[in-house]
Design a protein around this ligand. Structure first.
Ligand SMILES: Cc1cc2nc3c(=O)[nH]c(=O)nc-3n(C[C@H](O)[C@H](O)[C@H](O)COP(=O)(O)OP(=O)(O)OC[C@H]3O[C@@H](n4cnc5c(N)ncnc54)[C@H](O)[C@@H]3O)c2cc1C
Length: 421
């Protein structure tokens, strides 16, 4: 049965349906326990500091999720046993983290390791795993993921950073630029896409490049409209010598490694976008009850209530879609190889981003002038309005995701109809 927390949002549709009186087939006791544990922990230990850390662009600690072998005896959040942990637990983690009103802070704490370590966890050799992962777990090392370049963002296969073996055959010499690398300012290593072969996807490899005190590496902070504390970084590599042992997987086999990172990242971005949308909804809901115009609360106007109905419809339908996709992934071996799933994940990410845009816009509208004020009652929604672009652009932007969603399923249909294609 659902377990409620005193920290739960009191407004209708302020929390996902499965945490209310509605039954769901997807959640067990451990999911409810995890949600309550994270809510308590984040509300008391982190969120109170988030505003200050975002203003000052600070970050404080690491919360990595690693296989038990490399976790140095540490348990999973909420003491959930490893054998009970499933993708719904991961969804809850993303949902709860995105309750932070200043997402730059959460990205500053977790994002680099979350996207920089999976290539090692999933494709690294044993030597690489035991060298890096326990230290990440102990908070001694931080990673970031460096793929995007000034000339190649959506088109990952077009990256230009080169890695050429030197005459000894033991070192790659790396030159190029990477842009918008989250946590790059503080990371010890960048899991980096480099060109070791010819043009296109088949010439790409993934290298673990040390950033700190490495000759030829320079980093500088990038100033974006939001996510100030996430440590967005421009990295330049000038003839950087990287041991050959730092190659993940096989040479020129990197594109598959990079693509494997994307499905979980898209799922997490979609879940996050929906929580941010829910926050916009809830903040505006409280304001509409409080704010009086023409002698009565805003909420007493049908046209304002219709805005909440629209927001709730969009949030709840997309959330249910994502639950169904997670259920499929959880119960289907090699689910990620099925284009039917890949297509839906891409489209669900777009839908979640559009839901966030709609809810943020409507919430700002309900706040009136307060919706653009960095202080005061509308400050959370104002912050989200600056942070949210990355949920629509990062991890596969809207146009690319819509196109991929259709292409993945159309290719099979077209081939069936015309085997020569
Ligand atoms: C805050 C932030 C954090 C980030 N963190 C990281 C990180 O940690 N690591 C990392 O590697 N990258 C990171 N990125 C980069 C991000 O992944 C890219 O911004 C994203 O992939 C889009 O690339 P781009 O910005 O070069 O846009 P472009 O590829 O130049 O695209 C520009 C626009 O054109 C559209 N478009 C492009 N091609 C087509 C086409 N063929 N048809 C139709 N439309 C098209 C796109 O959808 C987009 O809207 C981050 C970005 C931001 C803003």
């Amino acid at each position: 049965m659902p377990s409620r927390s005193s920290l739960d949002n009191p407004h209708p549709f302020g929390e996902p349906a499965w945490t209310t009186s509605l039954l769901s087939p997807f959640y067990r006791d451990s999911h409810h326990r995890l949600r309550l544990h994270l809510r308590e922990y984040l509300e008391t230990k982190l969120f109170p500091h988030a505003f200050e850390w975002e203003q000052r662009g600070l970050r404080r600690l690491l919360i990595p999720g690693l296989p038990p072998k490399y976790r140095c005896g540490k348990s999973l959040p909420g003491d959930i046993p490893d054998e009970e942990w499933d993708l719904f637990h991961s969804m809850i983690v993303s949902d709860e983290f995105h309750r932070c009103p200043h997402m730059g802070v959460m990205w500053g704490l977790t994002s680099g390791n979350t996207i920089g370590c999976p290539p090692i966890i999933n494709f690294g050799n044993e030597e690489q795993k035991s060298k890096y992962l326990p230290q990440v777990c102990n908070g001694e090392l931080r990673f970031c993921l460096a793929i995007t370049e000034p000339e190649a963002g959506s088109d990952v296969a077009g990256i230009r950073t080169t890695a050429t073996l030197d005459s000894s055959g033991q070192f790659y010499v790396v030159s190029g630029q990477k842009k918008w690398i989250t946590n790059g300012l503080w990371a010890d290593y960048a899991t980096t896409a480099v060109r070791t072969g010819g043009s296109g996807a088949s010439g790409i490899s993934v290298l673990i490049i040390p950033l700190k005190d490495t000759p030829g590496v320079s980093v500088r902070r990038m100033m974006n409209s939001g996510l100030h504390a996430s440590g967005s970084t421009f990295i330049v590599f000038s003839d950087v010598r990287v041991p050959r042992a730092n190659l993940i997987g096989r040479e020129n086999g990197g594109f598959k490694i990079i693509m494997a990172n994307f499905n979980p990242e898209r799922l997490s971005l979609a879940t996050g976008a929906l929580r941010l949308a829910r926050t916009c909804y809830s903040e505006a809901y409280a304001h509409a009850l409080r704010r009086k115009t023409f002698g009565k609360p805003l909420m007493e106007n049908q046209i304002i209530r219709a805005k909440f109905a629209s927001m709730a419809r969009h949030i709840e339908t997309c959330y249910s879609w994502i639950e169904q996709l997670i259920f499929h992934m959880q119960n289907t071996p090699r689910a990620e190889e099925d284009p039917q799933l890949g297509a839906r994940l891409a489209l669900a990410k777009v839908q979640a981003g559009k839901t966030l845009e709609l809810c943020c816009r409507e919430a700002q509208q309900i706040f009136g002038g307060l919706g653009v004020n960095k202080e005061g009652l509308g400050a959370v929604v104002e912050q989200i309005s600056r942070d949210m672009r990355v949920w629509v652009v990062g991890g596969g932007s809207e146009e690319i995701m819509d196109e991929q969603g259709m292409r993945l399923v159309m290719e099979k249909t077209l081939r069936t109809q015309n085997p020569r294609l």
